[in-house]
Design a protein around this ligand. Structure first.
Ligand code: ZN
Length: 370
């Protein structure tokens, strides 16, 4: 007889644990990390700890080939850090202030305690591997209350003093305070939901963060040149793009593309229809790129563009394009023009060739400007 997995999960969720971030550094000097609540000392008599890791995890290879790893025990104030290391992301360490232990593993300065561990064994547990480490160095950090994880929520011991909140991580993090009442948020799975979200500690408001829509336009003149602009703003300042940016509430995709053209180049465009739908799930973005025709040749630099110009296909600076999606859209546009066809293309940038997968957009959840 086997136990029902949902019941098993409910039972385990009632066993409170702490939360640690486990880190290492691979042979190419790239830091890796994951958040874990299943973590334990083996006994207090010998300094051994164990932590399981799914073999399917992106960081598995790095940990499986590393001799050393480190543990940072999170404070109750570190929900945002826990969330950052609980999800897949291109670079979980981006903008994060970390220290490094004697063997190169990152340590989180806000942790209440840290351990440096030498891996002595890995046990096979089906889809997981259990890493056993011998602790070679142990340190005490901040006196904050340790984070507690129970019933799929992060929290603190009741009555634990609440230290003054200080910003510890960069703007990658979507929600720090409740947008409704300003109180702190916890990161956990709301009742009836399946995805962890930021939940207000006081009013219970759940903060849903959903993918952002980016709209852009490949606008052509009657003599076949394309409207291009050089970015005056980050990210990818100084690189070339066609006008594009985040769709605003209340706009249709075409409205947004027309507005972006006007805002970035002062040009008036007639929107013809869709050229590309581009999925960028790693950045939680969907891009809608339209075809357009320019209504006049009035162009000018703007606050967002240091240069605005019309380019033939041969003049497109392919090596100086701001984003993968810009090049992918332009290539399809010119190919369609040669074939004298207008089709709607659909592509997923996760499967684009690696050489094309360079910098993507800034995280949109914080309203970064594009
Ligand atoms: Zn609230």
């Amino acid at each position: 007889m086997t136990v029902d997995l949902a019941t098993f999960e409910d039972v385990i969720s009632r066993f409170p644990s702490g939360v640690v971030v486990v880190t290492t550094r691979d042979c190419k000097d790239k830091p890796w990390g994951f958040a874990a609540s299943p973590f334990s000392s083996v006994s207090l008599d010998s300094p051994l700890v164990l932590v399981p890791l799914a073999r399917s995890a992106e960081c598995y290879q790095a940990f499986n080939s590393a001799e050393w790893f480190a543990i940072s025990v999170l404070s109750a104030e570190d929900e945002v850090t826990a969330a950052r290391f609980a999800r897949r992301s291109a670079d979980q360490f981006a903008g994060l202030d970390v220290e490094t232990d004697d063997h190169g593993s990152p340590l989180l300065p806000s942790a209440v305690a840290t351990l440096t561990c030498q891996r002595i064994n890995v046990h096979d547990c089906g889809q997981h591997a259990v890493f056993v480490g011998r602790v070679t160095k142990a340190g005490l950090g901040s006196e904050d209350s340790p984070m507690v994880y129970s019933r799929r929520r992060f929290g603190r011991f009741p009555g634990a003093p609440r230290p003054v909140l200080t910003p510890r991580v960069a703007s990658l993090d979507p929600v720090r305070h409740c947008v409704r009442c300003g109180s702190g948020v916890v990161f956990g799975v709301p009742e009836g939901d399946t995805v962890a979200r930021h939940i207000c500690r006081r009013c219970g408001n759940v903060h849903y963060v959903n993918p952002t829509v980016v709209v852009g336009c490949v606008a052509e003149t009657t003599d076949g040149r394309i409207l291009m602009c050089r970015r005056r703003i980050s990210p990818r300042r100084g690189f070339w793009t066609f006008p594009s940016g985040f769709l605003e509430c209340g706009e249709s995709g075409g409205d947004g593309a027309r507005r972006e053209v006007l805002e970035e180049t002062r040009a008036q465009v007639h929107i013809e229809g869709l050229l590309c739908v581009i999925d960028v799930p790693q950045m939680s973005e969907v891009h809608l790129v339209y075809r357009g025709t320019l209504r006049s040749l009035t162009l000018a630099p703007t606050a967002e563009s240091s240069e605005v110009t019309l380019m033939t296909e041969a003049e497109i600076p392919w090596d100086e394009l701001a984003f993968t999606s810009i090049g992918e859209s332009l290539r399809r546009y010119f190919e369609d023009r040669r074939q004298k066809q207008r089709v709607v293309h659909s592509l997923d940038l996760r499967t684009a060739p690696p050489s094309e997968n360079r910098d993507e957009f800034a995280p949109s959840v914080c309203g970064a400007s594009r």
